[in-house]
Design a protein around this ligand. Structure first.
Ligand code: FE
Length: 129
């Protein structure tokens, strides 16, 4: 995939402070605080920074964790996974393959058949019907 890189000051101008914190500084919004954790409309979820297509409503499920949760990305190539050992935990970080923006983490406690829960910050997503 073609990589999109922009200097920090440009991201800072283009993103809201919360989006910048989550996407560029690997922040996490508070559980149940985001605009999309309980969002149920049919449509697609895009990267809030670069508009790359990431997830669809068909893969979204009620995980009860307080963040938008998906069983899989729309296309595997749209995301990248990285080992994250911050905060005294070993987790798998999920980033946007195009712009490198932090999206959230993927856990192994999702529903069958994939068994995955992509736990994604609302701040990293842009929804379109
Ligand atoms: Fe992106």
């Amino acid at each position: 995939m073609h990589k999109l890189t922009k200097p920090d000051h440009v991201w800072k101008k283009e993103l809201t402070p919360e989006q910048y914190h989550v996407l560029r500084e690997k922040g996490t919004e508070e559980a149940f605080s985001g605009k999309l954790w309980n969002h149920k409309e049919k449509g697609k979820y895009y990267c809030a920074a670069c508009q790359s297509e990431l997830f669809t409503s068909g893969e979204k499920f009620d995980s009860g964790c307080g963040w938008p949760s998906f069983t899989q990305p729309e296309h595997k190539e749209a995301i990248e996974e990285h080992m994250d050992t911050s905060h005294g935990m070993v987790r798998t970080e999920v980033t946007c393959a195009k712009c490198g923006g932090h999206l959230g983490h993927v856990f192994n406690d999702g529903p069958k058949p994939h068994g995955l829960r992509f736990c994604i910050n609302s701040a990293s997503l842009h929804f379109k019907k």
